[in-house]
Design a protein around this ligand. Sequence first.
Ligand code: ADP
Length: 489
Amino acid sequence: MFFAKLPSFGRSLALRLTIWYAAIFAVSSGLAFAVVFALIASFIAERTDEDLRQDLDEYTIHWRQEGIERVTKEMRFDTQGKDARKSYFRLWGSDGRELAATDLTAWPELARASQRPLPETGNEPLLETRKLESHEAPVRTLIGSVGPGVLLEIGQSLENDEEFQRDILRGFLLGLAVVLLLGGPIGWFMARRALNGVKQVTRTANEIAGGALDRRVPVGTTGDELDQLARTLNAMLDRIQSLIIGMRDMADNLAHDLRSPLARVRACAEMSLANGEAQGESNGARESWAVATIEECDRLLQMLDTTLDIAEADSGAAKLKLDRVDLAEMVLSAAELFQTVAEDRRIGIATSTPEQCWIEGDRQRLQRVVANLIDNALKYTASGGEVRIALREQAQRVLLTIEDTGVGIAAEDLPRIFQRFYRCDTSRSQQGIGLGLSLALAFVRAHGGDITVASTPSKGSTFTVVLSRPARGFSTQGAHGAPAFSGST
Ligand code: ADP
């Protein structure tokens, strides 16, 4: 069981991270220790030399004060007991004759070589490190003058220093082993915890790949990079899901909405055929069936074109032809175009715009947005009503409001009016296919803007188009105290 799991264990990022961190930690601690160790070693060596020099100074004073008697006494005193193995003293005449020496039993090779040739020392004492067969550790020796024609040789085993350095090394290795043994599992545990978020993302992605479109990555509370990744992924999944649902709804609605016009086209063709067979029927009647057929076909084509335009804008595939556009001029021209229709229906149109209002946008698409909203306002307002169109500039954005005193929209319908083919029950008597608002919203969103709506049934509605200039990407709240809803569906 354990071995069966080994391959995936080896591939685990947490394990590799832990090993990497442990290796980096061990190498860097080793380097740091090497530096500290070298400093300590050089400090100890300096201290040993310093001790030897101090001894030489003391013996020089003894020599000056009381001569060889006192010096010999002090030498014996300093090497009593076990210290005899660790240090020795010898006095030499300048002719190379040994004048006195401490017990050299522990230093056989020195005892044998009593005629040790003395180096030229001058005034400065000579320090060297020697390796003797009788001693495992090296010996530090000093030869210096204590009086005229008299030289003192002091030998000091470095056994204690080496033992001390070995203790430090042992302590370091022990500490490193403990840290690695304890830190390894802790590091692995921490790395696994940190990578838990990645696992959750993988798990969710697998579930979604398996068809569970509504699954989302759990978002933690720390707000770290993984939480941000989870949030971004969830937002992307929401968007994908809403596009899929939108496409499914659109296909359903399209199939449903195509049925009636197609049935009418078929009926027209049948009537035309039947009437053609019936003798005595006039050409005029046949012509009117043909005209009806063409009108129905035009309606169908328009519906398909609009559906494609929305899909293109929604998917982000629509390439905006960006231009400098004077929105004030565009709004006034549109209001003028609708003036005749408004007069026929005895609806007043009031406009309020700044003299100019430049934004960057796709002229044709923005014209269709404005036209759709004014057309709706007139369509859903009874005779005697009023439509007010206002354009306002704010710091980084432009607000276009189209307010009417029409039938209004029920609160439960507000979230749905931007969906494709959605029509409120109250407006079934009016001509329309339920695509105008979806198209307007898709075009405005393609510009980085948004549309909000506030409405009170039987009193009227206010649609607000928010466009940025020139920065993109924001959304706003409803402009009225009445139920408000953004174009988000
Ligand atoms: P259509 O007008 O072709 O039905 P739209 O997409 O333009 O389609 O509008 C969707 C629905 O929103 C309309 O059917 C209507 O019920 C409602 N609606 C849109 N604009 C208004 C308005 N100004 N006043 C009242 N209802 C509106």
